[in-house]
Design a protein around this ligand. Structure first.
Ligand code: ADP
Ligand code: TRP
Length: 336
């Protein structure tokens, strides 16, 4: 029997996910749950580095959890939990810090980028504005992954270095203590090619940081407005149009059934279909897909919903794993 693998990923709790996150992260992660052990958690302590407003953080945690559940995450099959519910993560982060070279952290992209920004701005203290949460970020992330003994970590390409660091840190630990206990070395699973990168309404990659994104659960009227406002050129309705340079068409192609996409492509290329009509098609496709999920989302974020119970049950299941790992790790290092 082929052993099933343990898939684990962490989701930052900063704002409602957008339709690019849906295509690039949520949909593939849900698909992986069919054949593997899956643990998906809310990286709320990671988000604390950027979110300093408690009311907002509280709301974002619920919103992100509700989004995944509404999009089809089955909590019976996938363990969904909050990072902050797993004390062993933080205990392991301390142990891992003792086997991690500071030089490795000095070379981390996010930390280096912060120093480069200071240098470019002529700030003498290159570490100005850098807190220890940012500096230690990769160690906490390694603890998230290793405490659950994950094999595969599906993430975006921006996370490659973090996964490499996790493997490096695990190897340092295994080198010292491997006779007693060795972590499985995890690998990243990255989206293939450019095909699954969604453009935002301005044509650049859709991203919260560019503010060009379409949140998944916009109310219907706002979704319609957002789609209608996507900029298009002034080609007259009757002229032929190039679908491949059109943002609404590229979005449509990710969400519509292949026959519908092919039909729209033909009508654009032949001429006679205006951008307005294309946007109506796009709105219809998005609204039809997301309306039932939006209804479930609204239920889940309402006070008193079963959201908190689902997260508590997930935390119990996750802790069974994290406790077992920590018992082995503590024995290995001599703190038992
Ligand atoms: P953002 O850029 O909006 O802050 P994140 O960096 O938090 O998004 O990305 C979270 C997940 O969603 C990652 O796995 C990433 O690969 C995926 N993702 C983000 N933007 C897109 C996009 N435009 N198209 C496809 N996937 C995306
Ligand atoms: N750093 C990840 C991101 O920004 C979030 C994250 C935290 C994570 N811990 C993790 C991802 C562990 C995978 C595994 O998207």
């Amino acid at each position: 029997m082929a052993a099933t693998k343990t898939y684990l990923t962490g989701i930052q709790t900063s704002g409602m996910p957008h339709i690019g996150n849906y295509i690039g992260a949520i949909k593939p992660a849900l698909a992986a749950a069919d054949a593997n052990t899956t643990l998906y958690f809310l990286a709320d302590y990671h988000s604390l580095n950027s979110v300093k407003d408690p009311a907002r953080l509280r709301q974002d945690i619920r919103s992100v959890a509700a989004t995944w559940l509404a999009c089809g995450l089955d909590p019976e099959r996938t363990v969904i939990y909050r990072q902050s519910s797993i004390p062993e993560v933080f205990e392991l982060a301390t142990i891992l810090a003792s086997v991690t070279a500071k030089g490795l952290m000095n070379r981390a992209h996010a930390y280096k980028a912060a120093r480069d920004r200071n240098e470019a701005a002529g700030v003498a203290e290159l570490d100005a504005g850098v807190n220890m949460g940012l500096f230690n970020y990769p160690i906490l992330m390694a603890a998230d992954i290793l405490v659950m003994e994950a094999d595969v970590v599906p993430v975006g390409r921006d996370q490659v270095q973090h996964i490499e660091y996790t493997a490096d840190i695990a190897k340092s630990f295994n080198h010292l203590y491997g006779e007693s206990y060795a972590f499985p070395i995890p690998e990243g699973a990255y989206p293939e090619g450019e095909a699954s990168i969604l453009p935002g309404v301005d044509g650049r990659k859709m991203s919260k940081s560019y503010d060009n994104h379409i949140p998944i659960f916009l109310p219907e009227s706002r979704l319609k407005k957002t789609v209608r406002r996507i900029p298009t050129d002034s080609t007259p309705v009757e002229d032929p149009k190039d679908p491949d340079t059109s943002v609404p068409f590229q979005l449509l192609a990710q969400f519509a059934a292949p026959e519908r996409t092919a039909d729209v492509r033909k009508r654009l290329e032949a001429g006679g279909m205006g951008w307005g009509e294309l946007k109506n098609e796009l709105f219809d496709v998005l609204n039809t897909l997301f309306t039932p999920m939006r209804d479930r989302y609204e239920e889940l974020i309402a006070p008193g919903s079963d959201l908190d119970d689902i997260l508590a049950a997930g935390a119990d299941r996750a802790r069974a794993r994290s406790r077992a790992t920590l018992a082995k790790v503590r024995t290995a290092v001599g703190i038992d």
